[in-house]
Design a protein. Structure first.
Length: 333
C-alpha cells in the first residue's frame, strides 16, 4: 500500500504547537500500528526557521517539496497582517490546481484566503480571528463557532486542540474510523469530535459554567446497542429533555438525537472495518434496529453504502487494506 505524503509549509516565526500537532498525528511510527503517511516540512527558503518558542528549526527543503505532496498542511500563519510571499502563494495555488488537499490550521486560513482558495466557500479559524477573516475576505462564508470545516480539497480548523480534531478527522477520511481511533488512542485523545461542535460555550457575564455532559455521553456511548431515546439520556442526567437539549446546543452545538445517531453510525463504521459481521448484526449491536435502517442512516451521513464502505476499509489481520481502496467521506463536519 502506497503511503500518503504530507508536507508541512512553515512560515516564520512558526507556531510550535500547530506544527507539533501535525507531526504527532502524521509523523510518528507507532508500535503495532501500520504506517500510512510520510511527513516532512519545508519553507520558502531552506535553512533556519525561527519559531515562537524562541529557537530556530533547521529545514532542509524548499517550496519544491510541495510538488511531491498529496496533502499540504500550513500549521498557522503568525504574520497574517502582512502581505504573503508571492512565491508561497503561487506554490499553494499550483498544488491546489494539481488536486492536492490543502489544510490550514488556525490562522493559516488567512494564507489560504490570500491564495484565493477559500473564495465563495466555507472556512473557520480561531474564534478571536473570525470577525477579522470575514471583514478582510467578504467572499468567504466564515463559520466562527465550528471546530473545523472540510470541503474535500480544502480544510480549515479553529485554534489549539481543534487542530488535532481536524487532523484525526482527515485520517478517518483517508484510512477509516478504526485506524483513526487507534491513532487517537495512542495520543490519549477522544476518538472523535464533530467538526460542527462549538469552539467554546459563550455564556452571559456572571452566568456559571453549565454542568458537563461528559457523564451522559460516556453512559450513552456504552449502551449504543440499547434502544436509547432522548428521554433516557435526560433521565440519566436527572434533567428535563428541554434542559438536556439546551446543554447539547451550548456544549456540542447539536441536538441529543443527532449526537446519538452519529455515535451509532460511527460504531457501525468501526464494526464494518474490523469484523465480518453481517449488516443485520451490526445494526442490532449499534441500536439501529434493522439492516434497512442502518443502510438508510449510513448513506445519509457517510454518503455511501455499508457494503462499499467495508470493501474500502476492511482491515486484514496485519492491519492493511487493499491498495486499490479509495478513501470515502467521513461524517460531514
Amino acid at each position: 500500500m502506497s503511503l500518503h505524503r504530507v508536507v508541512c509549509l512553515l512560515l516564520p516565526p512558526q507556531s510550535t504547537f500547530e506544527l507539533a500537532c501535525a507531526a504527532e498525528v502524521f509523523g510518528l511510527n507507532r508500535p503495532g500500528l501500520p504506517t500510512r503517511y510520510t511527513f516532512e516540512v519545508c519553507a520558502e527558503r531552506p535553512g533556519p526557521v525561527p519559531t515562537l518558542g524562541g529557537y530556530d528549526m533547521a529545514v532542509a527543503f524548499g517550496l519544491s517539496a510541495l510538488e511531491r505532496a498529496q496533502t499540504v498542511l500550513v500549521p498557522g500563519w503568525v504574520q497574517r497582517a502582512s502581505t504573503p510571499s508571492p512565491r508561497v502563494v503561487a506554490a499553494l495555488r499550483r498544488a491546489h490546481r494539481r488536486g492536492v488537499r490543502v489544510v490550514a490550521l488556525c490562522s493559516a486560513a488567512f494564507l489560504l484566503a490570500e491564495a484565493g482558495l477559500l473564495e465563495g466557500r466555507r472556512a473557520t479559524t480561531h474564534w478571536r480571528m473570525a470577525d477579522e477573516l470575514a471583514a478582510r475576505y467578504p467572499g468567504i462564508e466564515v463559520e466562527p463557532d465550528v471546530l473545523y470545516t472540510d470541503l474535500g480539497d480544502v480544510a480549515t480548523s479553529a485554534g489549539t486542540a481543534a487542530a488535532i480534531d481536524l487532523l484525526l478527522h482527515l485520517i478517518r477520511t483517508d484510512q477509516g474510523a478504526a485506524y483513526a481511533n487507534q491513532v487517537a488512542r495512542h495520543m490519549v485523545m477522544p476518538p472523535h469530535r464533530e467538526g460542527g461542535q462549538l469552539q467554546y460555550a459563550a455564556l452571559p457575564l456572571g452566568e456559571r459554567m453549565p454542568d458537563s455532559l461528559a457523564p451522559v455521553l460516556d453512559w450513552a456511548a456504552e449502551r449504543l446497542h440499547e434502544p436509547l431515546s432522548v428521554d433516557d439520556l435526560a433521565s440519566f442526567g436527572a434533567v428535563s429533555t428541554r434542559t438536556l437539549a439546551r446543554r447539547f446546543a451550548e456544549q456540542l452545538g447539536t441536538s441529543p438525537g443527532n449526537w446519538l445517531l452519529r455515535q451509532r453510525v460511527m460504531a457501525a463504521r468501526t464494526l464494518l472495518e474490523e469484523t465480518d459481521l453481517p449488516v443485520e448484526t451490526i445494526a442490532a449491536r449499534t441500536g439501529l434496529s434493522s439492516a434497512a435502517n442502518l443502510r438508510r442512516r449510513f448513506h445519509a451521513l457517510v454518503h455511501t453504502t455499508p457494503a462499499a464502505y467495508r470493501r474500502s476499509f476492511r482491515h486484514d489481520a496485519a492491519g492493511t487494506r487493499p491498495e486499490s481502496s479509495a478513501a470515502l467521506p467521513a461524517l460531514p463536519g
